[in-house]
Design a binder for this molecule. Structure first.
Ligand code: ADP
Ligand code: MG
Length: 443
């Protein structure tokens, strides 16, 4: 039997049964390479594709093979990274969800790009990830709602869609709806205008899982809040799982009714923090793998240390650097990459020696005290301030700041820097100290 012919028959058979986006995004990305001893081998671009195909479609593929050939044929995968660059361009684009109107069963599907499998877990997000797994195990019961909150680009939407996709994998008949609070508002306003409230309510209240992104935009919209309050109660009443995201803790969202806030807070709230260095490196590694690019670890570390909050921007920088390297036909060396990164760094008109001397002067201590191993309590704040200033004002990598401070570990530097970042918003003494030191630095 010709493997290509069989596989294309299988695809033809499957095509009407899945949504066009998923067909194009997953199934048509695989090619048949051999059929021997009742085993069909398919080539795919990455382990990620293999996992997705296995989880989503393996049963369907096996059944279809049986139907077509009347034999028990097993399926195996072979990873061929050269496929990635060619075919992934056809993957579903930025749309986070797709609602395919496939009669008679409405099939819900989410952008398959965002999964739990390709969500990199680190210290900044492991609690949120554990919550996500718990919900996939047991939706609608223990943690309802789940509220994920954290800054921009830290992975809230990704994790939320990852839960949705995992639930759909487990049970494709599940109705999973993704929307944002803005979309909800627009739908609501349109429904009132067009006298289609019943339609609207059906759409939002009939689902098993509601994923609602960026609830901070409910702020100040009283009518919508009222409607959402009832949506929420209806869903919770029938044990539908609700997952919400917000760019801040619910207590900090202004102009949202208290009763709605208390609903938001009534389940499990977990924050996703800004990713630590190791997580950023791991994410960059994963993104390279997905794109079929190969950058040395040192290069990834350099890129990871150049940006420390927003993963979306980090990914953007990675892509930019890969493109620049290609456009200039340069190899991915530390030198080449750091020259790209440096162009975006604003030079300060003082250097690290001045930082050290000003901090020592300010606290009336010696340079040896500051950089030495002594762990006396009084030395902690000056050290942390120095870490913060080196990283934030001079854009030093945490590794380099660690070296300057007597060979301290980069994670120690990150901890110190982040502590000051926090305290400068909450602790008046630290604020005052920082301002005075900065003034001295600029003199
Ligand atoms: P948010 O909703 O918090 O603003 P997103 O979920 O849109 O952020 O994430 C921004 C980008 O960063 C996306 O491309 C996402 O895939 C990626 N990203 C964020 N966190 C992770 C992670 N832990 N592992 C892999 N990719 C991540
Ligand atoms: Mg988001």
């Amino acid at each position: 039997m010709d493997p290509n012919k069989i596989w294309s028959e299988v695809l033809n058979e499957i095509k009407p049964k899945v949504s066009p986006v998923n067909f194009k995004g997953w199934l048509s990305q695989a090619d048949a390479i051999s059929l021997q001893d009742n085993k069909l081998t398919l080539s795919v671009g990455s382990a990620f594709f293999e996992n997705q195909l296995r989880a989503r479609y393996l049963n369907l593929i096996l059944e279809t093979l049986k139907k077509i050939t009347d034999q028990d044929i097993s399926v195996d995968f072979k990873i061929d990274p050269s496929k990635l660059s060619k075919k992934t361009k056809d993957l579903p684009s930025e749309d986070f969800f797709e609602f395919s109107s496939q009669p008679p069963n409405l099939s819900y599907s989410l952008n398959p790009k965002y999964t739990l499998e390709n969500f990199v877990v680190g210290l900044s997000n492991n609690v949120a990830f554990a919550a996500a797994q718990a919900i996939v195990q047991n939706p609608g019961t223990s943690y309802n709602p789940l509220l994920l909150y954290g800054g921009t680009g830290v992975g809230k939407t990704h994790l939320m869609l990852g839960i949705g996709n995992a639930l759909l994998n487990k049970n494709p008949a599940m109705k999973v709806k993704y929307s944002s609070s803005e979309q909800f508002t627009n739908d609501y306003v349109a429904a009132i205008k067009e006298h289609k409230m019943e339609d609207f309510r059906n759409r939002y209240r009939s689902v098993d899982i509601l994923l609602l992104d960026d609830i901070q935009f409910f702020s100040g919209r009283e009518g919508t809040q009222e409607e959402f309050f009832h949506t929420f109660n209806a869903l919770q009443g029938k044990n539908s799982q609700i997952i919400l995201t917000s760019d801040r803790a619910p207590g900090e969202i202004v102009k949202v009714e208290d009763r709605l806030k208390s609903r938001f807070q009534g389940g499990l709230m977990v924050d996703i923090q800004t990713p630590d260095f190791d997580t950023r490196v791991a994410i960059l590694k994963a993104k390279c793998q997905e794109k079929g690019e190969n950058l040395p670890e040192d290069a990834l570390k350099l890129i990871a240390s150049s940006l420390d909050t927003n993963i979306r921007e980090l990914e953007g920088r990675l892509i930019q650097i890969i493109q620049k390297l290609k456009a200039n036909n340069l190899e991915a060396s530390i030198e080449n990459i750091s020259s790209f990164i440096q162009t975006s760094v604003v030079p300060a008109n003082f250097d690290y020696k001045k930082v050290i001397s000003v901090v020592c002067n300010y606290f009336n201590m010696t340079q040896k005290d500051l950089t030495g191993p002594n762990r006396q309590k009084e030395l902690v704040l000056p050290r942390h301030l120095t870490m913060f200033l080196l990283c934030e004002e001079l854009n030093f990598t945490v590794q380099k700041a660690g070296q300057i401070l007597g060979g301290r570990d980069h994670t120690t530097v990150m901890h110190g820097r982040d502590r000051i970042k926090r305290l400068m918003n909450t602790d008046r003494d630290v604020q005052k100290t920082l301002i005075e030191i900065k003034q001295r630095l600029l003199q």
